[in-house]
Design a protein. Sequence first.
Length: 664
Amino acid sequence: METMLDSGNTEEQTKPVLRLRHKKPNKQNTPRVGKDPRDGPLVPDPDDLPKSRDKLPGSRAVGLSMEEYRASYKEEMAQARKKIMELKAAKRLHEVELQYVDILWSSVDMMRMAGRTDDEIEARLEMYYAGPQGYLTPNNFEAPHMIERHGADWGQNARGFYYRHYFSPRWVPLNQNLWVPSLDDIDWNHFNEASRRSRAETFLKHVLNNEKWRKSEYAWEADAWTDVFGQMKSDPALAVDKHEYNTVKLKRHPVSCLLAGEPKFIKRIPDATFGLATFKPTDYQSALAEWDLDRDRLEALLLHRHVGLISDPRWGGTDLAFPFAVYEAKGWSGDAQEARRQACSAGAVYLDMLDDLTRVPGKVGKKNRVYQSTKSRHNQVFVFTSFGAHWHILAGYKRPRLDREFAGHDGFSESVYVFHRLWSGRVVTLRKAWELLSLVDQIHLWGATEFRNSVMQSLRQWHEFSRICYASDVNFMTRDLEMGTIRHKIDGKVYLSLPKLSLQLADWATYLSDQFREKLQKKAALHVQDAYHRDRFALSDTWPARTFCLVDDCGPVGGPGYPLLSKADMVMHYREIHGKSDEHIASLMRFFCDIEEAGTADNALGGRKRMRSGSEEPGLCTKRFKGSSDHEVGGNHQIELGRRINILTIGLEEFAKKLEYSGW
């Protein structure tokens, strides 16, 4: 408020003139950090934390039920109040030290937000979204009502999930090259952004309509699929779906929140999963089709007992490979914290899959396997969550647990999954809508290019390792045990007995039902059959197929020639892909038979030690593989059939139903 003096009469005052304060952009308050702060999501910088922390004794709550703990806590609080009253009477309250105060932020009820500004709503949502202000400690001693409220978050800390409300490059380990999208150096008013601004206007229109009419969670999710993730969903290199994921988790103790109990098989379905598209023979006319992402080849990696690489988060499937992002939506009746917990749980599963992929091929689950290269450890995923119009974008990575995170303490995981908030905002303005779309588009481009290329680079070593594993099984079956002569003829069809060892599945299959495992065993038997067709003539120079289709440059760009592994595969391929007539296919079949006869003659004359063309080195599928005894597979030793392997002892009729290989 100011007063103005008339130039003619200095004593005469005019009416006061109101000057409005200049509106500055709102800035989120940075929390104060003490000398020795508690490690929590609102700590903005790692330099404010102690470098190490002594291992604390275990919680007194271990072994207690919530009812027992509640009674014990009530008794301790009564003694504490009695002690405080004694100190007060003696005027010694100065001896009482207040260590910290927890502020409980209640969930935002959008039905009661009338009159609140967007900044006020956003600030309250951010504080509630962050969850408890401190992470779990081994000697966690909290009030029962605090455990009931924050137990889910503390249980995630025990499993290794940590949420950081602030992103600092210093939080990221030196050996972890985290890629993050950015709005720097992007002018949203530039004419190049016209298309994205138009998309933002459409998205904003739907958001405001949903808020006005207080629509359900389905409306928010449906608009996000179309307006935010529409371009990712239309990208043929990516697969975006409401896709199930499976994992195994240890239960958390209801009081201490530490890990306890037996492993439990978990099945969850996020609102959206973003991964790589996989391919089948009908897709190989597309320029984006990649043979390394072939569904059959990924299934072969999945099922072999010495490999077990999971590419699809839904165990047993190969429809969506190696997810790199997940989305969880909540409407006004939902819980923003629950959306974060659900999305980060899925992100941790995807990080485990990527960690297995980038290590040196071997049996998945075996410890101390090194990474394929120094860059292989740079695995990350993105997390999108929305609570009505309020969105969060997180980036997560996996690393070993640190000392200050109680590494090696009972009840804590060995690895941790750290999720940083990169961007968040209440999307009720055109600028906020544009910012969200710009960041999502950058993540889309990264997933379809850099991430996809790195996955396929790591996959090649796994496919080669899988090929050797299946070649070893074929070599063991056809040469040392001479299983090729053990055949059964039923109703004019020929059946070949398979060793039971070849039908064993990877370790992850132990958590599945017997019925589902039986289906997977049938698929594993088919892969052994395909390997038999590929390897029995040891044509390593034409690996991995007996012949290739070169019609119309068939196959992905850069690697023409789609592999045909069997006669049935050839017939299906030429009929469905190229539309060839039955007469044309019959002539091709005669050509296939000529190749087969030539390979049989070469095998009879030269044995299995066929050399690679242009070298004196034996072919890859003729290498000697270590057997289960002191003998080596591939030697000339006489091996007793019953001592080295257990043959399926089932009736011929049942065997014919399970493993039917006609035309052998």
